[in-house]
Design a protein around this ligand. Structure first.
Ligand code: URA
Length: 210
């Protein structure tokens, strides 16, 4: 743990992150690797999920097994880059629900403006996992979680691939109750709010829009 952020340092996650950072990694590979890393991160982030006992019959006898309730989980990608992690998360918990939050930054005021918000019903019984590959200034993550809290989910976790000290500080100050899971805490933000060394613009790299 680094303060509020837990670094997921599994070798497979770190290996794939290094491949994602390389500037020569193609859009096709970037997308595939991000899905793979999403799968591995989902595995770590759901480690302490609540379980319930169920009575089952094996071919030999009756026993009490344990199950998670995947339907209680809601994955919430922040559009658009958060979509890059979604398939990986769904491959681990296929029954999870998905909510979407769309935000853009007003170029004049720099305030995050919501353009889309859609959650499944029954949010009060659900555990939400917010997905965004990059925690840079933290402004859109703070705004997204603020909005999500209005739906009153049972719990919220925030997952990003790459973070930086500035983003973690801003996010933790606004939402001390929301743990951050990240694969890396990079050095700093540059003047254009890109993370250094980072991996560039995650959305452009996923969707090939550069
Ligand atoms: N968003 C990105 O996609 N990359 C960064 O480095 C910062 C914000």
């Amino acid at each position: 743990m680094t303060g509020h952020a837990q670094v997921l340092d599994h070798p497979l996650i770190q290996h794939k992150l290094t491949l994602l950072r390389r500037k020569e990694t193609s859009t096709t590979s970037f997308r595939r690797l991000l899905t793979e890393v999403g799968t591995l991160m989902a595995y770590e982030v759901t480690r302490d999920m609540p379980m319930h006992d169920v009575e089952i019959e094996t071919p030999l006898e009756t026993m009490t097994g344990r199950l998670i309730d995947g339907k209680k989980l809601v994955f919430v990608p922040i559009l658009r880059a958060g979509m890059g992690l979604l398939d990986g998360f769904l491959s681990v918990v296929p029954g999870a629900r998905v909510g979407h939050i769309g935000l853009y930054r007003d170029p004049k005021t720099l305030v995050a403006v919501e353009y889309y918000f859609k959650m499944p019903s029954g949010m009060r019984e659900r555990d939400a996992i917010v997905l965004d590959p990059m925690l840079a200034t933290g402004h859109s993550a703070v705004a997204a979680v603020e909005r999500l809290k209005e739906a009153r989910p049972r719990s919220i976790r925030f997952v990003c691939l790459v973070s930086c000290p500035e983003g973690i500080a801003t996010f933790s100050q606004a939402h001390p109750d929301v743990p951050i899971y990240t694969a890396a805490i990079d050095r700093e933000l540059n003047d254009h709010a890109y993370i250094l060394p980072g991996l560039g613009d995650a959305g452009d790299r996923i969707f090939g829009t550069k």
